[in-house]
Design a protein. Structure first.
Length: 202
């Protein structure tokens, strides 16, 4: 089963609706047959966070970045989300970037961070200016879910194509299904089944 590393900041895991943005992304990746992991799934107080991040990203097939208007926890002077993106880039991992739209109608806890907003704004602009990235914007959970599922599916199909360059599209799709079976009723991780989470940094 392919492994998707999901990078996000804590406010995107909160919601006053049925599911948070993080929940929507995890379910979308699961629906394409991925096993989703996050930094908060790993507890390694005796190891530097960057080392844990590198290990988990190296064990993944792709990385999904959910980019809002707030930054993550500081890790030795750098924001956690920045570190995760940097490590994924160094590892040449497929990076799927989903950015919360400026046009989205948002609750206060998803708004701009007055303390770290300038750094996050610069990071968002850096991603938009990166010619190697296709950045997809989303306004709500439905937008995000559809975009994640489509992007992950295309990424996995691309990986199958590189392994077997002579496959046509229909054969490629069939082989994708046999290698990465679609899980339409994927179980919700325990942390998500409890509903809205309290604010928690990585």
């Amino acid at each position: 089963m392919p492994r998707a590393f999901i990078s996000h900041t804590s406010e995107l895991d909160q919601s006053d609706q049925e599911q948070s943005f993080v929940h929507a992304a995890i379910l979308a990746a699961n629906n394409v047959g991925c096993h989703s992991v996050r930094m908060r799934d790993f507890h390694a107080a005796d190891r530097p966070p960057r080392d844990v991040c590198r290990q988990q990203l190296a064990a993944s097939d792709l990385a999904i970045f959910l980019i809002g208007f707030r930054h993550g926890t500081l890790v030795r002077g750098s924001k956690q989300s920045f570190v995760e993106f940097e490590v994924a880039t160094q590892l040449n991992l497929p990076r799927l970037v989903f950015m919360l739209s400026d046009q989205a109608i948002l609750p206060l806890y998803l708004g701009r961070d007055l303390r770290g907003g300038s750094a996050q704004a610069a990071f968002r602009q850096r991603l938009l200016n990166d010619s190697d990235l296709l950045v997809r914007e989303f306004k709500n959970q439905q937008d995000l879910s559809a975009s994640v599922e489509s992007a992950v599916r295309r990424t996995l199909m691309g990986q199958v194509s590189r392994r077997s360059p002579n496959l046509n599209e229909s054969t490629e799709r069939d082989q994708l299904g046999s290698i990465y079976p679609v899980v339409t009723n994927a179980p919700v991780p325990k942390a998500l089944s409890r509903g809205v989470t309290t604010p928690q940094l990585f």
